[in-house]
Write a protein that binds this ligand. Structure first.
Ligand SMILES: NC(=O)c1ccc[n+]([C@@H]2O[C@H](COP(=O)([O-])OP(=O)(O)OC[C@H]3O[C@@H](n4cnc5c(N)ncnc54)[C@H](OP(=O)(O)O)[C@@H]3O)[C@@H](O)[C@H]2O)c1
Length: 266
């Protein structure tokens, strides 16, 4: 990324309390005037903001709340209307998964997956477009490599990311005339809090993360910001994930079914 301090005037990052979101805040802080950090865990957001303010003398707003709550989504919408006039980058990163069979799932958790991964992303994106249009800004949607395959025992999560990627592709075309860039980022497995949150209560089994597709959250965020500056609309971060995506996209559904039936990730 360029060393220009003011690459972005105002950046909104959802899911900024850990994992990719926290890393986006860290890597963007030297290049942004104002960060707006969104997540539920206020103590983590506060600690991150304190650290970034000290290091980079940047202005930071914390919007702490639950993205499944319609009142919190309306609060973000109001914030965008009244204080979001400089918005030039929206990173829709907050998300979660639920690992296990659909039948045995706690439906409330499945609903959370849909509410955060899909509904909140749609709501915030819709509310942000007027400001992004005015500033010729960008949207980064964090999808997943799993958008390419139906995943038994991760069915709702993979389905939610299929939605995110399909929506992002279409939106990128709708918004290109308005000079708004939409970048769909599809990471493979990366060590964050994601795996812990996806496991069900009392479940000790780890979700397998093959090392040849694995990269660090630092690399994933760096590659995303590079793709953004090159005005790309799709990213599979890391060489292993790029190869996996190319192979998966070329396979017929009959071959995909044979692979996913063996659940290579469990
Ligand atoms: N790590 C991977 O292997 C991987 C691979 C592909 C895609 N992804 C995607 O990457 C994105 C970031 O995940 P991560 O890996 O960084 O996981 P993470 O460390 O668990 O971070 C998830 C973030 O989302 C926020 N969040 C979750 N539910 C929320 C809610 N109801 N309201 C507000 N914020 C909420 C969390 O904040 P609070 O808990 O503080 O609210 C946290 O900041 C997700 O969209 C995920 O699907 C991850």
């Amino acid at each position: 990324m360029s060393s220009d301090k003011t690459l972005y005037k105002q950046v909104i990052i959802t899911g900024a309390s850990s994992g990719f979101g926290e890393e986006f805040a860290k890597q963007l802080a030297p290049h942004a005037e104002h960060l707006v950090l969104i997540a539920r865990r206020k103590n983590l957001l506060k600690a991150l903001a304190k650290d970034l303010k000290t290091k980079h003398h940047i202005s930071i707003t914390l919007l702490s709340g639950d993205l499944t709550n319609p009142r919190f989504k309306s609060k973000i919408e109001r914030y965008l209307k009244t204080k979001g006039s400089n918005l030039d980058l929206l990173i829709n990163n907050a998300g979660l998964g639920d690992y296990g069979s659909f039948e045995s799932a706690n439906f409330d958790k499945l609903q959370q997956v849909v509410d955060v991964n899909i509904s909140a992303l749609l709501h915030i994106t819709h509310a942000a477009i007027p400001n992004l249009k005015f500033n010729k800004g960008s949207i980064v949607n964090i999808s997943s490599l799993s958008h390419l395959i139906p995943m038994p025992d991760f069915a709702v999560y993979a389905g939610s990311k299929a939605f995110v990627s399909s929506f992002s592709e279409a939106l990128a075309i709708e918004l290109e005339e308005q000079n708004i860039l939409v970048l769909d980022v599809c990471p493979g497995p990366v060590s964050t809090n994601f795996g812990k949150v996806a496991l069900r209560h009392g479940d000790k089994a780890e979700i397998k993360r093959p090392s040849w597709v694995k990269i660090s959250k630092e690399e994933m965020v760096k590659e995303t910001l590079q793709s953004l500056s090159h005005k790309r609309t799709k990213l599979y971060p890391g060489l292993g994930v790029k190869i996996a995506a190319t192979v998966l996209a070329a396979l017929p559904i009959i071959a995909i079914r044979a692979i996913v039936r063996r659940r290579p990730w469990s």
